[in-house]
Design a protein around this ligand. Structure first.
Ligand SMILES: Cc1cc2nc3c(=O)[nH]c(=O)nc-3n(C[C@H](O)[C@H](O)[C@H](O)COP(=O)(O)OP(=O)(O)OC[C@H]3O[C@@H](n4cnc5c(N)ncnc54)[C@H](O)[C@@H]3O)c2cc1C
Length: 1293
């Protein structure tokens, strides 16, 4: 039932039928008519049947003022199906006052005359001739009125004319009511017109924006609501009584009326129902004692028209009908009770008419009355007729000035057109009576019999009817008229010389003309020109209610013309044009996916087929070079520039130190002395003194607590030396290492530092100086964490190359990179030809294990990768843990050799070094519960033992263990009692104390920025590209299990949805889904939103693995973390676009999510675009949570809470119009709302179910594009947040 139309016309009467037939040429139109089809009544088409059809298809109403009977048609065709069928054009002034172009008005009239109104071009009959001749005698001038009323006839000078109208009911043939226009060739409506008969409109429906959206109806099958499409229109054409009533029932009307009946106000307008024009007529019978030929022909079509009034004649059928309908003329006005009228109508219906009568029906009407009445509601029940007050009264004394003016006009009219007319013309003789004073007494004899005949023809002898008697009229005659000279021979008879008596008789004789109009006046209720109802949108009035002034003579054609003109001026409802934005977005998405695939394919082909990086052959191809040679070249170049010092150890061959080089304690000290340096000591690259670290903690309910973990530590790192940090667990080894490496992220740090000649001092408050220290250190150092992180799918060569790329940029050519890779691997003992292309292995994000390097090999690779950075300082957190003692020694030996040869100052945490390993250390920092027991060259350990413990230094084999035992046993932290040995030179001023001076130190810094010749912007791009490429290769090309699993879950789920919601969107109608069908599609859309927003949760572990990797890698300081964040967000964007495109490709055809009003390709692209952007938002939400939240559980909890809330506010479960205020307010924060809305609009826009969008409030915003822009906005905001979150990721140490 609830199907969308472009236009709904309520009321299929004269104007409504014309309007509907025109609108149907522009789009699907519904005409709602409360009555039955006029063709169901044979009386409606035959000439003599029209009184009966009027009696049948008539809804009566009694005027409260005058008591006159009136009413509205209740049949398809309205008044045109039951009226007198006279076609007069309305005056120009009527249309001018409504704002219509006269040219189009004239065409409308011509069209109506051509289609419906037959011209009366038969020869005049004797009956008509009698009247016409009499009018001519009386001074009226016949004119050719074929084009209609005189106002449309050029060159008419006389104001008293005789005109002849056209008719809907030709003498031969059948009636052509307005509804015949439906069949008209010119108005071919292509099946667009639907007519609901016996259906009553209850009220017009509006949305919150006061836009008309449909109509509530009551039909034989019950109540229902029918809607128009967006941009469609509703028209009220229910006549001057019903139209204001419907407006009021719809909430538009006087405030007090709406309040009285509890009708929700849409727009208050006191003018609704005012200005009722119920033009009056007086029916007068003229006795025809002579039988006139052709008395049945002239049907209200002959008229004598003067300036203020007119008169017309009718055939015999019309007389009886006129007496009944036109005010129950045979009754005194006081007896015009409903029962009386109904019985008369019943009698009329039963007996029928068509008998000969001896009375010529003649009626007189005023043209431009001043009296105005009003229409108001009788109740809020649509079934109750409105209360009509015509502005008149039953008592003369109560008449208003306007009434009296109108009554005067009537008296003039009767005087002119009846009294004087009968006296001064020969009409009375022509009708069979003799004129002159010889006629004695009141009207008795033949005339009286004629009266009674007429009465008997229409009336039974019921009591009720007895009250409606001619006696009053006879009484008048008895009382006032004794002869022809005194009284006019008419019914009622009028005294000739007493105007006051004439006025009284006229007043009693007046009746409604049934030409009501003006109750929704243009300029007060509707806008002039458009006829659009004020205060609302999409609602128009097209019937006689809108006229401002009385329509002259018969108004039916004016009503029809209004319908046509309104239809003509109504634009087509724009078809649901598809929106370009989603289509462009989808194309861009698909192009991106194609690009991704291309990139993927190219990389795969390059790596798998053309040149796998660092293949065996590549390695063989390059000349093997010693890493130290490469380093020495760079170093000596630098030194040449600075020319300050020479490094004697450069190029020295690495050999384990012979045992005989040890001192008495067996410690190898050969490498601890650099004889080339003045004073025999190597330069210190870094030193620190009084370094402390305090944690401030606060437990609930307790006061703030400070825990000092590191106390006043001092020490230094010398070039070419390895310094070990040792101590039992909890000794703060890592704390010290992290502070010195510039990686400490928590705790208040204090102390003074000197790094390559730059001094830093920290007070322990905030992070003052800490970041500067970190930046200075990280620029020249490298850090190897305890747990090294590599992409398991990366090869060893790639790891080194990546580090080199990050450090040195693009300047070095491929071959140089290969040489470097080879040298680095060889330097750490990983044979480059075998290892360069070997995968590192480990657990992939997603859980799959990849075979690869052993623990020792990984440690070496970690070392090799930092070698590529050519650091001056190396910080290592437990390089040997997890290795057997042999492996540990070999690794440490390697480190020692590298340190010496590269002049690197190495600081390493070590737990339990073997004696051989311990022997490799140049210096030692021994910590115990944060205190420093020893911080000096290992050669001073003997002194340490002697002076602090009064012991000789233990043998080499137990020295390391004994030191740990000493540190573990050390309980007292009384500074005075503490036994501590610290290199005394540390406290000296760095620059002055340092042999060689600052310049010689800084000259050793190998800084890519200086040695390479390219700008920081291009380096940033290069770095970004390298990171992007590495992540693309490792996460999306080599981690095929993860990619495959994600692809499989998206496509699998899409297939399941397709199977479950199989073809739900397919409908036979080319106007799309019905309301009921659309319900299921909405559910499908909602389910799809679940996929877009919930499926990404499966990737949380992947995001966390990523975060962990980034945290570890960011510690190396190779690149700014935002670069990683950006590349990851972009990679996800590409991948998700691919996923969503696949989802769209499966789901749309399987579920049949087609909107038939859009081209199929556009439909697909639009839906795909929405799914893509929804997938992006859903996934980025999860991504963002994963990056910002510390644990997976929390990310799951937060993400799922956000999505659940978002789903509940999406409008999919509960339409927005049904939502309570609070959630309704929060709907805007739900991204799923926009996704769901966009999908719903895409599916339903322009279809029969389009109104669902409006009714459920899925129109904020109303276009797909706007919803998508918001989603893209959310996506970019979330992406930015995610990248920001990634930029902040670092290891908490
Ligand atoms: C007896 C009689 C004789 C007349 N003779 C002539 C004549 O000879 N020449 C002339 O020019 N004029 C004549 N008129 C006047 C002319 O018929 C009307 O002025 C004209 O029909 C008005 O057109 P309309 O479209 O405004 O209203 P109508 O033609 O009355 O149309 C209103 C339509 O709305 C329908 N309707 C009302 N309420 C609802 C609802 N809630 N839901 C659905 N449908 C509804 C009605 O059933 C009706 O079909 C005569 C009128 C009458 C009553």
């Amino acid at each position: 039932m609830a199907v969308n139309y472009d236009f709904i016309v309520i009321g299929g009467g004269s104007s409504g039928s014309a309007l509907a037939s025109n609108l149907a040429t522009k789009g699907p139109t519904l005409l709602i008519e409360r009555g039955a089809n006029h063709t169901a009544y044979p009386q409606s088409s035959v000439r003599q049947g029209w009184p009966q059809i009027t009696a049948i298809a008539w809804d009566h109403i009694q005027n409260r003022g005058s008591g006159h009977w009136t009413g509205t048609a209740n049949i398809l065709g309205g008044g045109s199906a039951l009226n007198g069928a006279v076609c007069w054009r309305g005056e120009r002034s009527i249309f001018e006052s409504l704002g219509f172009e006269l040219a189009s008005v004239e065409s409308a009239f011509e069209m109506l005359e051509d289609r419906l109104c037959t011209a009366n071009d038969d020869a005049d009959t004797e009956y008509m001739n009698a009247f016409r001749s009499a009018w001519e005698e009386h001074g009226y001038e016949p004119i050719d009125s074929a084009p209609g009323l005189s106002s449309w006839v050029e060159n008419v000078t006389s104001v008293t004319t005789i005109q002849r109208a056209r008719t809907l009911l030709p003498i031969t043939g059948t009636r052509q009511p307005a509804s015949d226009l439906f069949e008209d060739d010119l108005l071919r409506n292509d099946g667009n017109l639907t007519v609901f008969l016996l259906t009553k409109a209850k009220r017009v429906l509006f949305n919150d924006n006061k836009v008309a959206i449909g109509v509530e109806i009551n039909s034989p099958s019950g109540d229902a609501s029918i809607y128009i499409r967006n941009g469609g229109k509703v028209f009220l054409n229910t006549g001057a009584y019903e139209t204001p009533k419907l407006l009021m029932l719809s909430g538009i009307g006087p405030d007090n009326t709406l309040a009285k009946y509890g009708i929700p106000k849409v727009y208050g307008n006191n003018a609704v129902g005012q200005n009722l024009i119920d033009r009056k007529e007086a029916s007068i019978g003229i006795p025809t004692l002579k039988s006139l030929e052709g008395s049945d022909i002239g049907v209200l079509d002959y008229a004598a028209i003067s300036n203020d009034y007119w008169a017309s004649i009718a055939h015999t059928h019309a007389f009886a009908w006129g007496n009944v309908i036109q005010g129950c003329g045979v009754c005194d006005v006081k007896h015009r009770t409903p029962a009386c009228i109904e019985q008369m109508l019943g009698a009329l219906l039963f007996y029928g008419m068509g008998r000969d009568s001896n009375i010529a029906f003649y009626y007189v009407a005023q043209r431009r009355p001043l009296t105005r009445g009003n229409v108001t509601l009788a109740s809020a029940d649509f079934r109750d007729p409105p209360i009509v007050h015509d502005g008149w009264s039953m008592e003369y004394e109560e008449l208003t000035a306007s009434n009296k003016h109108d009554l005067d006009v009537f008296v003039d009219a009767v005087q002119d057109l009846v009294v004087d007319f009968l006296r001064n013309t020969t009409l009375i003789e022509r009708l069979g009576q003799s004129s002159g004073s010889t006629n004695e007494g009141p009207f008795l004899g033949e005339l009286t019999e004629a009266y009674f005949d007429a009465r008997m023809a229409i009336a039974g002898l019921d009591d009720e009817l007895d009250q409606c008697t001619f006696l009053d009229y006879f009484k008048i005659a008895d009382t006032f008229c004794t002869n022809w000279d005194e009284c006019t021979p008419s019914i009622p008879s009028f005294p000739r010389n007493d105007r006051r008596k004439v006025r009284d008789i006229v007043f009693k004789t007046l009746a409604s003309s049934q030409h009501m109009a003006g109750t929704c006046k243009a300029g007060a209720v509707v806008d002039k020109g458009t006829l659009s109802v004020m205060g609302v949108q999409g609602l128009y009035i097209g019937d006689l209610s809108v006229v401002t002034e009385p329509v002259d003579t018969h108004p039916m054609m004016t009503a029809m013309a209004l319908g046509l003109l309104l239809g003509e001026s109504t634009d087509r409802v724009p078809s649901a044009d598809f929106e370009a934005t989603p289509v462009i977005m989808a194309l861009l998405g698909i192009a991106t996916v194609a690009g991704l695939f291309f990139l993927w394919a190219c990389t795969w082909i390059r790596q798998s087929i053309i040149s796998q990086p660092f293949r065996h052959e590549d390695m063989e191809h390059v000349e093997p070079q010693s890493f130290f040679d490469i380093f020495a070249q760079n170093g000596s170049q630098q030194r040449k520039v600075d020319g300050a010092i020479e490094l004697g150890n450069v190029g020295t061959e690495l050999t384990p130190q012979p045992a005989d080089n040890s001192d008495g304690a067996g410690i190898d000290v050969s490498s601890q002395q650099d004889t080339s340096m003045p004073g025999g000591k190597r330069p210190r690259l870094m030193k620190w003194s009084n370094v402390s670290c305090v944690y401030h903690t606060k437990t609930p309910g307790k006061s703030k607590k400070s825990i000092t973990t590191l106390f006043n530590n001092s020490g230094c790192m010398r070039e070419g030396e390895v310094t070990a940090i040792m101590g039992p667990s909890g000794a703060a080894k890592s704390t010290l290492l992290d502070i010195l490496a510039g990686r400490k992220s928590v705790g208040a740090i204090s102390g003074t530092f000197s790094v390559l000649g730059r001094s830093f001092s920290m007070s322990g408050r905030g992070r003052d100086g800490l970041d500067d220290l970190g930046n200075s250190i990280q620029g020249v150092s490298a850090y190897i964490p305890q747990q090294e992180y590599f992409y398991p799918t990366q090869t060893c060569g790639e790891v080194i190359r990546f580090t080199a790329n990050m450090k040195f940029g693009k300047a070095n050519q491929k071959e140089e990179r290969t040489i470097l890779v080879r040298a680095c691997l060889d330097a750490v003992g990983l044979e480059s030809e075998a290892y360069a292309s070997r995968k590192i292995g480990g657990e992939l994000a997603g859980g799959v294990m990849v075979r690869g390097l052993s623990g020792g090999e990984r440690k070496r690779l970690a070392l090799a990768s930092v070698l590529a950075l050519k650091p001056k300082m190396l910080f290592i957190d437990e390089l040997t843990s997890g290795l057997d003692s042999e492996n540990a020694f070999v690794t440490m030996k390697l480190l020692k050799d590298l340190s010496v040869k590269m002049h690197v100052a190495t600081l390493i945490i070590i737990h339990q070094p073997s004696p051989d390993t311990f022997a490799l250390f140049d210096s030692l920092i021994l910590l115990s519960k944060g205190r420093c027991l020893f911080s000096d060259s290992c050669s001073n350990l003997a002194t340490f033992y002697r002076s602090n413990y009064d012991e000789s230094i233990p043998t080499n084999t137990i020295l390391a263990d004994d030191l740990i035992v000493k540190a573990s046993a050390y309980e007292s932290f009384d500074d005075n009692a503490m036994r501590m040995t610290v290199d005394p030179s540390i406290t000296e001023d760095f620059i002055e104390a340092e042999e060689g001076g600052l310049s010689s130190i800084t000259s050793l810094i190998v800084d890519g920025n200086d040695s390479l010749n390219f700008t920081s912007i291009s380096r940033a791009f290069f770095k970004l590209f390298v990171i992007f490429h590495r992540n693309l290769v490792n996460q999306y090309i080599r981690n095929i299990t993860n990619v495959g699993a994600r692809l499989a879950s998206y496509s699998g789920l899409s297939l399941i949805i397709g199977a479950v919601f199989w073809k739900v969107g397919i409908t036979d109608s080319d106007r799309g889904l019905t309301f009921e069908e659309s319900n299921i599609v909405l559910r499908t859309n909602l389910y799809l939103m679940n996929v877009s927003y919930l499926l990404p949760f499966s990737t949380i572990p992947v995001f966390f693995a990523d975060k962990k990797f980034l945290a570890a890698e960011s510690a190396l300081g190779l690149y700014p973390t935002w670069m990683y964040g950006m590349s990851q967000v972009f990679l996800e964007f590409l991948f998700l676009t691919l996923m969503s495109t696949i989802e769209a490709a499966i789901v749309i055809p399987m579920c049949g999510l087609y909107n038939p009003t859009m081209p199929a390709a556009v439909n697909f692209l639009t839906t795909a675009a929405i799914l893509i952007v929804s997938g992006l938002v859903g996934s980025t939400m999860v991504f963002c949570c994963s990056i910002w939240l510390p644990t997976q559980d929390l990310a799951f909890l937060t993400g799922s809470t956000v999505v659940t809330i978002s789903l509940s506010l999406s409008g999919g479960f509960l339409p927005f119009t049904e939502m309570p205020d609070l959630p309704h307010t929060f709907q805007w924060i739900s991204p799923i709302k926009y996704s769901f809305q966009a999908m719903t609009i895409a599916q339903l826009k322009g279809t029969s179910a389009e109104k669902v969008i409006d009714l459920a409030g899925y129109d904020t915003p109303a276009s797909i594009s706007d919803n998508m822009w918001i989603l893209y906005g959310i996506f970019f905001a979330l992406s930015f947040l995610t990248a920001l979150g990634m930029a902040r990721v670092k290891e908490v140490r």
